[in-house]
Design a binder for this molecule. Structure first.
Ligand SMILES: Cc1cc2nc3c(=O)[nH]c(=O)nc-3n(C[C@H](O)[C@H](O)[C@H](O)COP(=O)(O)OP(=O)(O)OC[C@H]3O[C@@H](n4cnc5c(N)ncnc54)[C@H](O)[C@@H]3O)c2cc1C
Ligand SMILES: C=Cc1c2[nH]c(c1C)Cc1[nH]c(c(CCC(=O)O)c1C)Cc1[nH]c(c(C)c1CCC(=O)O)Cc1[nH]c(c(C)c1C=C)C2
Length: 472
């Protein structure tokens, strides 16, 4: 029977502790979190009138094996009655906008959208798609997303649509991000079928663990009802809260907050965490800064992974102020480097609005890969200046004629890892090092195999299965 330590109580650490607790081979799980709150970037504010504001993720996709896996976990910890689903037929799923040349443009969707010339693009997307099949396969073992898409689908799509998409997922620069690590299905499609289109039509193979999820009742419901995304009644923050409660009730897990791990040592009986009253931990899922000097090659590689800072500004306006109904709009870096996009939170999740009168909740996301260049150091930037930029963007992009009635600025420092060129090699080399040295340690979380909440939860499941075999 093992005692396992999990370092970090974000959604990745909590999910890892959950899968560990389910295993009969584990006697005890000790989770160490440096802050006073569990959940990491999953963080919601519920105001006294009931309105909910998200400072991190606001919607999770149920699609694919990793999406179903998350719903299985949600059901198991008893949160299924709090689910707020948004079906594909909803305006928030169908309508996404780009803000280009100082105007909102609906992104083309479906076959009809692909056949027409839709502004701001100069020709129908079907042109690029048809030509893509004939483009030769790239020769490099990695490529920037911008270069890959320019080569295969044309520069205009890369400059506008892909530039915006990468800002709306990674808060990052598609000229530096790796296609192989950020969008593995696109890379695999070119490798195995010579074309993205053929790869999508014929399939291009996924990883084995991706296929091994049996949907439970909630996951099946998401398929039957065609959900595009979901949230929770009290906000995304109730997912880590629910997990922490479940772990505490499991009887196996000991959760410690305000327990920063600064140093850890490897002895013959396992890990020792020096400044905490914990003696022997036989396995650990660690963080780069805590590794001992003897493992310097590993900490060095972990420290080479870059992260960007995002200013998340929640705004509430009295009345219905949106000129369009949709998920939100993204802004390509050529239009405005500092403002990445605006999420129209009230559209997918009106249940999170204040019950007192009609209001519009929006979130403006700013900075990312351009933070330092536009706003200066995250350590010295003022909340007032970020709020001013956000409200000005809402005035210019959406025509809000009056200021918000409520606002909150959250400066999320180093919140999204950037999978730059060669990320796959670094991760492979780190895992090889762990295996060769036979270290009792697994690498879990958003820095390695995907940044979405689903990916991070799945990375915990995969790490536990590799350690102990399939979870019951
Ligand atoms: C603004 C924003 C919007 C997002 N939107 C979406 C979305 O819409 N959909 C989606 O799927 N994903 C979204 N994401 C991504 C997703 O939220 C994150 O990738 C995910 O939450 C990362 O989880 P994690 O557990 O890997 O890391 P973290 O949340 O960073 O957790 C790590 C934890 O470790 C703790 N820690 C750090 N150092 C130590 C130490 N030395 N000792 C002990 N503890 C330590 C930290 O305090 C933290 O709690 C968004 C992220 C952000 C920032
Ligand atoms: C404007 C900045 C951001 C917005 N959301 C995020 C940032 C940095 C972070 C984020 N958004 C998504 C993910 C998870 C990816 C996944 O695989 O599930 C993360 C980390 C979801 C997402 N958001 C947009 C897209 C195209 C996706 C991918 C999944 C999907 O298709 O749903 C677009 C988008 N994000 C933002 C806006 C305003 C926007 C489009 C209008 C905000």
């Amino acid at each position: 029977m093992k005692t396992v330590a999990v370092l970090g109580g974000g959604i990745g650490g909590l999910a890892t502790a959950y899968y560990l607790s389910k295993s009969p081979q584990v006697a005890k799980v000790i989770l160490l979190e440096s802050s006073g709150r569990y959940g990491g970037w999953l963080w919601s504010t519920q105001r006294s009138d009931g309105a909910v504001f998200e400072h991190g993720p606001r919607g999770i996709r149920p699609a694919g094996a990793v999406g179903l896996n998350t719903l299985n976990l949600v059901q198991d910890i008893g949160l299924e009655n709090e689910i707020l689903p948004v079906p594909y037929s909803h305006n928030a799923s169908k309508n996404r906008y780009l803000y280009v040349n100082e105007k909102l443009h609906k992104m083309p969707s479906g076959l009809w959208g692909a056949l027409q010339t839709v502004s701001p693009f100069s020709r129908p997307i079907i042109h690029s798609i048809a030509k893509e099949i004939l483009v030769k396969k790239g020769k490099e073992d990695d490529e920037s997303i911008h270069s890959f898409v320019s080569r295969r689908l044309g520069k205009e799509l890369a400059d506008i649509a892909i530039d915006s998409l990468c800002r709306g997922v990674f808060a990052g620069d598609c000229r530096r991000l790796s296609v192989r690590s950020c969008f593995p299905p696109l890379y695999r499609a070119e490798q195995s079928r010579g074309s993205i289109v053929l790869g999508m039509l014929l399939g291009s193979g996924g990883s084995r663990q991706d296929q091994a999820v049996r949907p439970g009742a909630l996951a099946k419901r998401s398929q039957e009802e065609s959900w595009a995304q979901w949230s929770l009644l009290r906000g995304m923050g109730s997912l880590p809260e629910g997990l922490a409660d479940w772990l505490q009730q499991s009887g196996k897990a000991q959760l410690c907050s305000e327990a920063a791990v600064k140093e850890m040592h490897l002895s013959s009986s396992g890990w020792e965490v020096r400044d905490l009253p914990l003696q022997t931990l036989t396995e650990a899922i660690p963080l780069a800064s805590a590794l001992p000097p003897a493992l310097a090659p590993l900490s060095k590689q972990a420290q080479e992974i870059s992260y960007v800072t995002v200013a998340v500004v929640n705004l509430e306006y009295q009345g219905a102020i949106l000129p369009v109904e949709g998920f939100g709009h993204l802004i390509p870096s050529t239009e405005n480097k500092g403002v990445l996009g605006v999420v129209y939170d009230s559209v997918p999740f009106p249940q999170h609005n204040s019950p007192k009168g009609v209001t519009t909740r929006l979130t403006v996301m700013m900075g990312g890969a351009w933070f330092q260049e536009v706003f200066g150091s995250p350590d010295t930037v003022s909340e007032e200046s970020l709020l001013a930029v956000a409200t000005q963007a809402v005035r210019a992009h959406l025509g809000a004629g009056y200021p918000p009635s409520w606002s909150k600025v959250a400066l999320q420092k180093n919140c999204i890892p950037q999978y730059y060129l060669g990320h796959w090699k670094r991760v492979e080399s780190m895992r090889r090092y762990v295996a060769e040295k036979n270290l009792p340690l697994s690498l879990v979380g958003s820095s390695y195999d995907g940044v979405s909440v689903n990916d991070v939860i799945n990375s915990g499941r995969v790490a536990v299965e590799q350690l102990l075999g399939p979870t019951p």
